[in-house]
Design a protein around this ligand. Sequence first.
Ligand code: NAP
Length: 289
Amino acid sequence: MNQNTTSQSESKLLNGSSLAKTLRSQTANKIQQIIRESGVTPCLATVLVGNDSASATYVRMKHKCCEQVGIKSISQEFPENTTTEKLLSAVQQLAQDETVHGILIQHPVPATIDKRSAFEAIPLLKDVDGVSAAAFGRNVFGMTAHPSCTPAGIMRLLQEYNIELEGVAAVVIGRSPILGRPMASMLINHHATVTLCHSRTRDLSSIVRRADVLIVAVGKPCFVKGSWIKPGGVVIDCGYNEGNVGDVDFEPAKEIASHITPVPGGVGPMTIATLLDNTANAAAQQLNI
Ligand code: NAP
């Protein structure tokens, strides 16, 4: 590959790692200001249930990133066979603890847990992952609430690269409450025309071919083929599967798209940077700064 080809394909990459670094440094400044003005160090509590090793890794990564920007973090871990009642009681205690400003329940939680009840136990002001019905609903209506981290991180990335959203055909694959659904409503709020697809969608590839902006949040390696991509379309790959593989078949897709997120280094770092920023904002609100 000659140098021209290399720089051309690099210019297509939506570099989440680099933007996340800038955001983390802005968040670190906010944290310093909060500490100066209140004498209190913002604190994030994470709750991990079960033995999923990927989830444990994500939680460790979040604690490390908290430390880097000056956020204190505490962790609560529960075995796979924890009951919903035990989890709820722990979340309720964190909700009442004035030294904790943000609460994150790492998902997925085991199927035996009533996860909706657990998410609903997080008060709106401390819901830094935007998982409660109140946060979701308020975000849908453009009202103040911490936004769901992955879609909000994606919106920042799109804004950074001046990707036009108004009037474009946006397709979101995946309708989970943490990703696909809030993503669709954020795109609608930015005046995109949105199609939300899921496992029962018929003729998915032909819907995807019309996408000016495509967001893929399925959780299946290389699920979206290069031939599905609209020439010149923007591709956001949320997938993070074993072996650092996304949900989009990256190499062929890169040749057709105008912009594409790499995996890793695209959406993932933006999710964590948004979580840190949400935590700083939550602390500022609770400390009246
Ligand atoms: P999820 O809750 O498992 O949801 C997956 C969605 O994909 C569901 O809505 C499902 O449809 C849909 N789907 C499954 N098979 C499909 C098919 N054949 N055709 C069309 N749609 C299909 O997953 P999630 O939590 O939203 O996560 C999605 C991906 O993003 C995963 O790879 C996850 O690791 C990744 N992720 C990354 C980050 C990050 O920071 N990078 C953060 C969160 C998640 P139904 O609703 O009909 O079942």
